[in-house]
Design a protein around this ligand. Structure first.
Ligand code: SF4
Length: 82
């Protein structure tokens, strides 16, 4: 793991991202289609915590980030803002 090389707010983690190798198609599925494959890839990705943090911090609305669908992230943000 190279988490000590991640700078806060930086994008270094994206160079380690598995989805950068598989292509973005899985991660931005058509509305209503499955996010299962994207989540499976996220599950093997070392950068998942940094990715999720980035998505939450930058209010990324669309697609799968850090193993969570856009709806799941919305739920997290709702809980956070309580
Ligand atoms: S957690 Fe998923 S979306 Fe995030 S960098 Fe890894 S593979 Fe990509």
């Amino acid at each position: 793991m190279h988490t000590d090389t991640i700078s806060p707010g930086g994008l270094d983690w994206q160079t380690q991202a598995l989805c950068a190798q598989t292509g973005a198609d899985f991660f931005f599925p058509e509305p209503g289609s499955s996010v299962r494959e994207a989540k499976r890839i996220c599950g093997m990705c070392e950068m998942r915590p940094a990715c999720l943090e980035y998505a939450l911090a930058n209010d990324e609305r669309f697609g799968v980030w850090g193993g969570l669908s856009e709806k799941e992230r919305l739920d997290i943000r709702r809980l956070d803002s309580r």
